[in-house]
Structure formats: C-alpha cells, structure tokens
Design a protein around this ligand. Structure first.
Ligand SMILES: [Mn+2]
Length: 429
C-alpha cells in the first residue's frame, strides 16, 4: 500500500480515537453533574398491590350528575319553562346554548305557568351605529365560552352576597326579538312588542316578569324602555343609563340610532328628564350645549370627571340615593363601553378612562337589590372585537350582578350595601 494512503488512514483513525475519548469524558462529566435520583426504591420492580388511581366516591350525590337526563319531554308538556338541556352541565362549552343554560319559555303562558321572575331575551340590532358587531352579542352571551353556567340545584351562590339567583329566582331564556337586520326603524316596534309581552305577565306575588335584554346596539334601549312604560305608564319608570356616551344626538336625519335613543325617550314623553340618571360619560362627546340641555331637562349625571373629583364611593352612594328618589319603577341600561377598554375592548365605540369591574359590579348589584328594577339591558357587546374574551366575561358578570341583586330583593335583603359577614370578613378582627 502507498505510504500516503497508509498515513491518511492512520490520521483518520486517530481523529476517530480522539472523538471517542472526548465523548467518554463528556459522558462522565454529565453523569457527575446529573442529580437525577437513582435510589434503590426506584430501581426495584413495580409493586402490583397498589391501586393505580385515587378511587371515586360513589356516595357523592353528584356522582352521576354529568350523565343524568334532566327532564323527560317525551310525553309532551304542560305550559311552563322547558328545560332543553339533556344533562346537567357546569361549563359554557356544554349543552344547548341558552342563556346560562336556563330553560326556555316560548309564549307568555309559559311565563305565567312557571311564575317566572326574570325572562332573558336577545335583540341583535346592529344598524344603529356605523361600527358594526353587536348583532353577535346575544349568541356570544349564550355561548358563554369560558363562564360557569348553571348546575341548577347544584349551582353555587354569588360569593359576596351568598345568594344564588339561579336557586332563588325562576329565570328563563325567552328567545330573540324579531329584528330586521337592514333597518333599525322597522325593528324597534317589534322589539317593543316583545318586551311588552314579557313585562305584561303579572305574577301571583303582584309583580310583573322582569325582562333582561341582551343586545344588540344601544338603539334598542328606546323600544326596551317604551315596552316597559307601555305596561307601567309613561313617566312612571326612571332610567339609569351607564355609558361612556351621551346618546341624545339625532343626526343625518335619523331619529333613532344607538346615539339618539335618550333624546327619543325624552321627546316622546316616556321618561321625563328628572327621572333620568347618567353614569360614566367621558372623552370628547358631547359638547357644552348638550350638557346645558341636560341641565335644562333636569337630568342627573355623573361623568368620570365627577368621579375624578369626588372619588367612586361618594358618587356611588349618590347614584343609589337618586335611584330611590324618583318613580316607583327603575330600568337600567348598561352599555358595555362604560367599562374601561382594558376590561371591555369588545364594543363598537370603546372610550379609555372608564369604570373598572370592581366599581361597576357592586353598583349594579346594589341598584338591583336596593331599588325596584323592572327591566335591564346589556348592550354593545361586540364579541368579534374581543380576542381574549374578557369583554364576554365582564358582560356575563354584569348581568349576574343584577340577577343576584333581584334575588336578594326577593329574599328581603334590601339594606344598604349588604355583603355576607361570612365572605366579606374572616371573623378574626
Ligand atoms: Mn356608548
């Protein structure tokens, strides 16, 4: 063999030898540094007398709840709420998407037969603002993507009040009002009839069914309030309006839009200005003349500038006092943009500098417990602008706070700012 070839092979073999040496050194170093336990116990063969899982408690009354068929409708039905859920469920991703997975009611006879306290309905108006998206609100609210929904008798109470609205109240999903997706002007009359249909049903306790309307853009608060004043009488219903915006401007010839409904209610005589309270105005709308008009009409208003000046607690107490200082009945309209966009980006016209959930939740709960709320709407939830679903969670909680308040009132808990001594204090002092 040629000497050059021999020396070439020898060189290559030497490099292979060198690599093997380096590799064995690094393996030894790794073994030295590795702290993986290597006990005798781990090296021992697996035992076969150990149960492989933590056993289930078959005596737990909820053991089979996930697969128990709830109501058997195979023999037809009597008038009353209809439970369309096949099984009990605790999460929004389960079951047929009714509001909070509640039973449905189809006609007023169902509301009466079931002595229903609250009927939740959808109204997907979306032509009242240039910035669309609220038509998806009712469907997204029903979807309840990440929320707990109701477990019926197994559901848990609101922690602050220790009251469970889903146990204290009979609540149903009453479906959606008819909406012409191409016309607000045509839709408002049908929504008004639908709200009136709910509010007209009188219960044995002398009260009427309370409609809760999930929007939809804010133009629908005109038919919502007109629908309840059709039942309770013009001038007999006060309105508390939560919003970043003024909503009393008519423009481009439109008499009803999501920014005009307040003016409509005043001009049409449904709500005198003195029975109207506004909370949360901020930003750059409206102008000086509009504030002067509100003063002239006797409005009570609490813009963010007042909260900046006086602090939230003082303003909240004034709002509660004003809600009681008015007509017998109260309607609450909550525009989701009242909350800061940090907590509710999923809305058509977000406005920085708004309320936090920690400010809004107790006020809504207190209003529904401490005054006579006969209707409520949650509007301007635009879920497709809500990538993290935080707006959906907060929209859901706003409605739950009101339901909790209504349940507290039904139980007779109407004292100022009630919180459970158990859950608001650890008792150690
Ligand atoms: Mn608004």
């Amino acid at each position: 063999m040629d000497n050059n070839i021999k020396s070439g092979i020898a060189k290559r073999l030497f490099f292979v030898f060198l690599l093997a040496v380096i590799n064995s050194f690094s393996t030894a170093a790794y073994a030295f540094l590795d702290d993986t336990p290597d006990s005798d116990r781990e090296k021992a063969p697996a035992k076969h007398d150990v149960k492989p899982v933590i056993p289930l408690d078959k005596a737990d009354p909820t053991y089979d709840v996930w697969k128990l068929i709830r109501d058997d409708l195979s023999k037809g039905r009597e008038p009353g709420p209809i439970n369309v859920q096949r099984f009990w469920g605790g999460f929004g991703f389960q079951g047929i998407p009714t509001f909070f997975r509640l039973p449905v009611a189809l006609v007023p006879e169902d509301l009466e037969a079931g002595q229903v306290d609250v009927a939740i309905m959808g109204a997907h108006t979306d032509m009242g603002l240039g910035s669309r998206g609220a038509s998806r609100g009712p469907a997204a609210f029903r979807e309840a993507r990440y929320e707990y929904v109701t477990w019926g008798e197994f559901s848990m109470p609101h922690m602050g009040a220790m009251v469970n609205p889903f146990a204290e109240l009979t609540i149903v999903d009453y479906g959606d009002a008819p909406v012409d997706p191409l016309s607000t002007e045509r839709s408002v009359h049908e929504i008004r009839k639908y709200v009136r249909e709910i509010a007209s049903v009188k219960l044995k306790n002398g009260k009427h069914v309370i409609p809760i309307i999930i929007g939809g853009d804010h133009s629908l608060t005109y038919p919502n309030v007109a629908g309840v004043t059709d039942v309770y009488g013009k001038g007999n219903v006060g309105v508390i309006h939560f919003d970043a915006h003024y909503d009393a401007t008519m423009m481009m010839g439109h008499m009803i839009t999501h920014g005009a409904w307040v003016k409509r209610l005043i001009v049409d005589g449904h709500v005198p200005g003195k029975n109207y309270i506004q909370v949360g105005l901020r930003g750059y709308y409206p102008d000086k003349e509009s504030f002067e008009w509100m003063r002239k009409e006797g409005f009570r208003y609490h813009p963010m500038a007042e909260i900046e000046r006086r602090g939230w607690d003082a303003v909240m107490e004034d709002i509660i006092k004003e809600a009681k200082d008015g007509p017998e009945y109260l309607f609450i309209s909550f525009d989701l943009d009242t909350l800061d966009p940090a907590f509710a980006p999923g809305t058509g016209t977000p406005e920085p500098g708004g309320l936090t959930p920690r400010e809004a939740f107790p006020l809504v709960r207190r209003l529904c417990a401490e005054s006579n709320v006969i209707g409520f709407d949650l509007v301007e939830f635009a879920p497709e602008r809500d990538p993290t679903y935080v707006s959906g969670l907060n929209a859901n909680r706003i409605v739950r706070e009101c339901l909790t308040g209504i349940a507290m009132r039904k139980k007779g808990i109407t004292q100022e700012h009630y919180l459970s001594p158990l859950t608001s204090d650890d008792g150690r002092k």
